[in-house]
Structure formats: C-alpha cells, structure tokens
Design a protein around this ligand. Structure first.
Ligand SMILES: Nc1nc2c(ncn2[C@@H]2O[C@H](COP(=O)(O)OP(=O)(O)OP(=O)(O)O)[C@@H](O)[C@H]2O)c(=O)[nH]1
Ligand SMILES: [Mg+2]
Length: 227
C-alpha cells in the first residue's frame, strides 16, 4: 500500500512539473518532442538527419537522455546545435524535473523544436510526461512487427509512430501490414511514417509533417507561425 502511494505521489509530482514545462514551451512557441524507442532503433540517426535536413529553416535544441556517457550528445553537438546531456545513472527514463533543469541552458526564444531523446526502452518512459507536445515512438524494422502488440501502452500514447530502417525491410521480413494494423488498433490518430535515415526514403514527408505541427501549435497558441 505504501509503495503504491509513493508511486502515485511521484507520478502526480511529475505531472505537475510536466504541465509547467508545457506552459513554458507554449509561451516560447516551441514544439517539444519526446523520442522513445528501444536501444539502437535509430533515434539519434533520425535526429541527425532531421536536423541537417531542416538546417536554415528551423532551430533545434536537443536533450539527450542516457544511462551513462555522452556519445549521442557529441554526435548532435557536431551539427552546431545546443545539446544538453542527462545521465540517469541507471534510471530507465527521463522525468519532467530533469528536463526542466536541462532546458535552462537553451535560449528558448531562439528554439523552434526541442527534441528529447529518452533513455532507450519501450516500457518506463511511457509513464512519465515530460511536457512534450507529443511522443514520437520509433520502431526499427529489425526489432520485429510484434512490438506494437507486445508494448501497447507506449504505442497508444504516441503522437507519431516511425517505422525506421525501412531500407532493411526485405532483409528482416518485417510484416508492415501487421505492424500498421496493430498500431491502428491501439492508436487511431497517430500518423505512421515509414522511413530510412540511411537512404533518405520517407524523410521528406516526416520533415514536412514536423513543420506543419510546429505551425499548428503556434497558431493554436497565437504565437508567430513559422511560415
Ligand atoms: N540500415 C540502417 N541503419 C540505421 C538507420 N538508422 C540508424 N541505423 C544504424 O543503427 C544503429 C543505431 O543507431 P542510433 O541512431 O545510434 O540508435 P539509437 O536509437 O539512438 O541508439 P541508443 O541511443 O543507443 O538507444 C547505428 O549503427 C546506425 O548507423 C537506417 O535508417 N538504416
Ligand atoms: Mg541514441
């Protein structure tokens, strides 16, 4: 009983902090995205290609969540964008308080998209709202088409689902129709992107969608639309 109460308190506290973060992002016209996927699904590569593809058009800032190390933060900082690394030292997800602390380092009025790369897994990050506009759940095709059915909570919460490494589709026999069907059963709304950060296939559609979501959010919050 005590354990349940403590967990509820932690989640309630997180929810309040997430709401504070969301208000800050809205005030500054920032589209905040929480990228969630298994280790190695291609989150950082997708961010690298997205940020390069939209260079000169949109300003990105990235918060990198990892258990330890700063490999991904270095990769992204090499693109000349502001990056903050959070090491959870064993924790399997980021929380809203960590994100709040991290974004103090950014010039918010100069940021269009704040991308948070969460710690790699499809389970714990599902419980913790960070104040993002939506979660982007990335499933790489080598992981198998059964993942939406096996990890339904995170797919049900997704604002967008990305099937990544689509260049490997044939080699790994990924059943695209089944994966799509299972996502749709759990989540009727989220757009599903099929893309390869390696070959560029599907990247245009994904980036156009990001721009349209940023504009939508700014119109909704009556801040300046991007274009
Ligand atoms: N074939 C192929 N490989 C890719 C693609 N995207 C990423 N990879 C490879 O997949 C591996 C993992 O990519 P990362 O981007 O580091 O994956 P991640 O999800 O950020 O990994 P963690 O942060 O460690 O959880 C690397 O070897 C990438 O080169 C893709 O579109 N196609
Ligand atoms: Mg990564």
């Amino acid at each position: 009983m005590t354990e349940i109460k403590i967990l509820k308190n932690i989640l309630d506290q997180n929810r309040h902090r997430a709401e504070d973060n969301r208000q800050v992002f809205n005030k500054h016209g920032i589209l905040a995205l929480n990228f969630i996927a298994s280790p190695g699904a291609g989150k950082t590569t997708l961010l690298e290609k997205t940020i390069s593809g939209l260079k000169g058009k949109l300003e990105f800032a990235v918060i990198e969540g990892d258990i330890t190390g700063d490999y991904d933060a270095r990769r992204l900082a090499a693109l000349g964008i502001p990056v903050v690394q959070i090491n959870t030292e064993g924790g399997c997800h980021l929380d809203a308080g960590m994100v709040h602390k991290a974004f103090q380092d950014f010039v918010l009025d100069r940021t269009d998209i704040l991308a948070v790369e969460n710690v790699g897994n499809l389970v714990c990050p599902a419980e913790f709202d960070l104040g993002e506009a939506f979660k982007v759940v990335v499933l790489s095709v080598p992981e198998g088409e059964d993942k939406p059915a096996k990890y339904p909570l995170i797919f049900s919460e997704a604002g967008a689902v990305v099937f990544s490494k689509i260049d490997l589709l044939k080699a790994v026999n990924f059943d695209l129709a089944k994966a799509r069907e299972d996502v749709r059963r759990i989540n009727r709304e989220a757009p599903i992107f099929e893309l390869s950060a390696a070959t560029g296939q599907g990247m245009g559609e994904w980036m156009d969608w990001l721009v349209s979501k940023l504009n939508e959010q700014r119109k909704f919050n009556s801040t300046q639309p991007f274009s």
